[in-house]
Design a protein around this ligand. Structure first.
Ligand SMILES: [Zn+2]
Length: 191
């Protein structure tokens, strides 16, 4: 990317629309230079001469500036968000952050996400975190607090409460039950 292109992106310069498109590696979205979304970090940007080239490189058109001229279907918009959550659920994720990276409004994202997936963004993040916590409880000897930290739930009492709410048992009980279960299997194989 040239300095001139970077300036055009920073200033949402309409006169550059059509001359190039820019894609953001961390979100998988591409835009027109004039897009009003918050400017990304320069090192995360790739530029393309045409929208087709950006599509061919598997970037999705921005919902806000519509670089292909067509409206982005809701399912595709939401899949940008779910894929971002899948890669980043161990970090702090707020609705406004997700709206930012997916170039939509928090309110619209919340509604569309629920209509498309059946759960809210927050519920989706929580399910993701508890799924990973289950795997870590079985496959590692890490303390409960450390597992909470690794899945993005640094507040241990909250982690335990949420885990119990979604699975019916505490993390400690879950681990214990699973380890007894595998011991039984081991016994059966021995006898
Ligand atoms: Zn855009």
């Amino acid at each position: 990317m040239t300095n001139e292109q970077w300036e055009a992106i920073l200033h949402n310069d309409v006169s550059y629309d059509g001359s190039f498109y820019y894609a953001v590696k961390t979100t998988g979205i591409f835009c027109r230079p004039s897009c009003k979304s918050r400017p990304p970090k320069r090192e995360n940007i790739t530029t393309f001469n045409t929208a087709d080239e950006a599509l061919a490189a598997h970037f999705r058109p921005c919902k806000r500036c519509r670089p292909t001229g067509a409206r982005l279907p809701d399912e595709e918009w939401i899949s940008i968000v779910t894929q971002y959550i899948d890669r980043n659920y161990m970090n702090d994720l707020s609705l406004s952050h997700l709206a930012n990276i997916s170039h939509g409004s928090p309110y619209h994202l919340h509604r569309t996400f629920r209509r498309t997936t059946g759960v809210t963004p927050v519920e989706y993040i929580q399910e993701k975190r508890i799924e990973l916590a289950k795997q870590l409880l079985i496959s590692s000897r890490l303390p409960i607090a450390e597992i909470g930290k690794q899945v993005g739930l640094r507040n241990t009492p909250y982690f335990i409460t949420l885990f119990k709410k979604l699975t019916g048992v505490t993390p400690a009980h879950y681990r214990q039950a699973k380890s007894e279960c595998s011991k039984e299997v081991y016994h059966d194989e021995q006898s």
